[in-house]
Design a protein around this ligand. Structure first.
Ligand code: NA7
Length: 545
């Protein structure tokens, strides 16, 4: 039974990042009462937490922006091609103020449990404050890279120096001047922060397990050609992004690698390298680069050449050169001076493939060959991606007392990445099974939010009170996911896309690899075919589609 502390709303949203903010805005406009529950002290999600030196978005900011309100688009001007974390956080704060969203957000409030009440047809969310929320619909907007992974290295607790996680960087900042610093991890967070840490620290030792492909960001003003495309016809530019494979408006390449001469391929590659654009180099060289190993090897080799040219010491260059995965199968990084940083006299690279970490003591990190005295350890060791933040609400109990953790014991199962069979009126934004992390998140978030809010409004207007994916639809989506995954190279790398970075996590390629535009068409088709794959109940009748 509801107690006095229970807040009653139509829709509860968990998270006040890029997704949660837009959800609040849309839900309100659609006439739903709503509250967002946010663990952080303010809006921003990823951009609230990840304050490490050098943190930036590596999708161009003209593309990594809300598009739902043309007036908002012109009210905000980005200062750079790739904005820094503080600027993106200011943007999200600006959006929260402009649409007066903070009044419906409860900050410093963590959702600890969620339970579907079958009789009342409502979700009940418990928070760490003890107060609970009763809602008709429960939406997780908790992000894909928001649950930091524990360091998993023996002796971390014995270390008596300073310890930082890039994903939980202190808001007061960190002074590394004159200190001996260790960075563990060379994904995007490591690659962005290492050059800046090296400038401050007395000495920086980088502990690398797997080298990553990184491309120069060439940051600066937004490129004229992209700006004039956007400003020339904003609506068309945004529409092309929505229909594209990645959420950034680039055309599908038609030429395959073997149709091009060596000289033509090199020309295309050099042009792409000069642009400093991850999506461009991932999609615009030749059509087979992301789907076929032969086409991929050509670009991988060209990047390896660049790494060797940038790093003076051949042994260090060799250690920094990826050979274990196709380019793009693991999330590549954008960098500013990353490889050149290893030419500095105060930087040492430790290749953990050759000398694994044996122990961390009170003041050192030792491998089986050497010991390094350090004052500070920075863990840039990544996240329990895509499912970590969802499963952090535990248990999420659906129909018949089933818990989401049990249902996902063999890997996440969803319908469209948006819903789970057995969990009525429960939705996820950029959940496993959606394009999410293989796309420009801004475009995917808007598509998910629009689809969900439009459906909730339509169901309400038709008199339905519950919506739930059918088992058959969910199994079908799983099969389609598996089929699509055979068409790209993502399955060939051990990454956070597959869960391989978290010990014990089930190995399954979590994002949908079929592309943003095709995914949108499928979601729209589900609607035009009478909510295909969903069971609806309520006073409006019962429908099994
Ligand atoms: P990532 O990309 O998951 O990178 C984490 C890095 O930390 C990666 O190099 C890992 O090596 C390394 N790692 C993780 N655990 C360990 C242990 N125990 N020992 C040594 N090294 C370890 O996370 P990021 O935060 O950099 O980036 C996440 C995403 O944010 C990024 O892709 C963009 O989409 C934005 P591994 O490769 O697993 O061998």
């Amino acid at each position: 039974a509801a107690n006095e502390a229970t807040q009653q709303v139509d829709v509860a949203v968990v998270g006040a990042g890029f997704a949660g903010l837009y959800l609040l805005h849309r839900l309100r406009k659609a006439g739903f009462t709503t509250v967002a529950l946010e663990e952080a002290g303010d809006v921003g999600g990823t951009w609230y937490w990840n304050r490490y030196p050098g943190a930036r978005c590596d999708i161009q900011t003209i593309d990594y922006s809300y598009t739902f309100d043309p007036e908002l688009e012109t009210a905000w001007t980005w200062s750079e091609k790739y904005a820094t974390q503080p600027e993106i956080l200011r943007y999200l704060g600006f959006v929260a103020d402009r649409y007066d969203l903070r009044r419906d957000i409860r900050f410093r409030t963590k959702v600890t449990e969620a339970k579907w009440d079958e009789a009342a047809e409502r979700w009940r969310l418990t928070t760490d404050h003890g107060a609970s929320v009763s809602c008709r619909y429960y939406i997780m907007a908790t992000g894909c890279l928001s649950a930091p992974k524990p360091p998993e290295i023996d002796g971390v607790k014995d270390f008596e120096g300073e310890v930082y996680f890039t994903g939980r960087w202190p808001h007061s900042g960190v002074n590394l001047a004159g200190k001996r610093v260790a960075v563990i991890g060379t994904g995007s967070s490591g690659i962005q922060s290492i050059p800046l840490i090296a400038e401050q620290a007395a000495h920086l030792t980088v502990f690398q397990r797997t080298p990553n492909f990184a491309l120069p960001a060439h940051n600066g003003p937004a490129p004229d050609e992209r700006m004039s495309l956007l400003q020339g016809d904003r609506a068309a530019y945004r529409e092309q992004a929505r229909q594209s494979m990645t959420g950034v408006p680039y055309p599908q390449q038609m030429a395959v690698s073997w149709q091009l001469s060596d000289a033509e391929r090199r020309l295309r590659f050099e042009e792409a390298w000069g642009k400093g654009d991850l999506v461009y180099i991932l999609t615009q060289l030749w059509a087979d680069q992301g789907a076929d190993l032969d086409g991929n090897n050509i670009v991988s080799d060209l990047i390896r050449e660049k790494i060797r040219a940038a790093v003076k010491d051949p042994e260090t260059a060799a250690a920094l050169t990826p050979h274990d995965h196709p380019f793009g199968a693991k999330r590549p990084c954008l960098d500013t001076n990353y490889y050149a940083t290893y030419n500095r006299p105060n930087v040492t690279l430790v290749n953990l493939r050759q000398e694994p970490i044996k122990a961390i003591t009170a003041d050192s990190i030792s491998t089986d060959k050497r010991s390094f005295d350090v004052d500070v350890i920075v863990f840039a060791t990544g996240f329990d991606a895509m499912t970590g933040a969802i499963r952090a609400v535990h248990p999420i109990t659906g129909r018949g007392g089933k818990s989401l953790s049990d249902v996902w014991a063999q890997g996440p199962q969803t319908y469209l990445g948006l819903t789970v069979a057995g969990f009525p009126n429960f939705f996820m934004i950029t959940g496993p099974g959606s394009p999410s992390v293989l796309s420009n998140m801004a475009v995917s978030i808007e598509q998910h939010v629009d689809w969900i809010v439009d459906r909730l409004a339509a169901l309400r207007d038709a008199g339905f009170s519950t919506i739930e994916a059918t088992d058959a639809a969910q199994a079908g989506w799983g099969q389609h996911m598996a089929d699509c995954s055979m068409l790209t190279l993502h399955r060939l790398a051990n990454t956070w896309y597959t869960g391989a970075n978290v010990p014990g996590k089930v190995h399954a390629l979590m994002p949908y690899t079929g592309g943003v535009g095709p995914y949108r068409s499928i979601c729209d088709e589900v609607v035009s075919r009478g909510m295909l794959g969903f069971k609806l109940t309520g006073a409006g009748g019962a429908a099994q589609c």
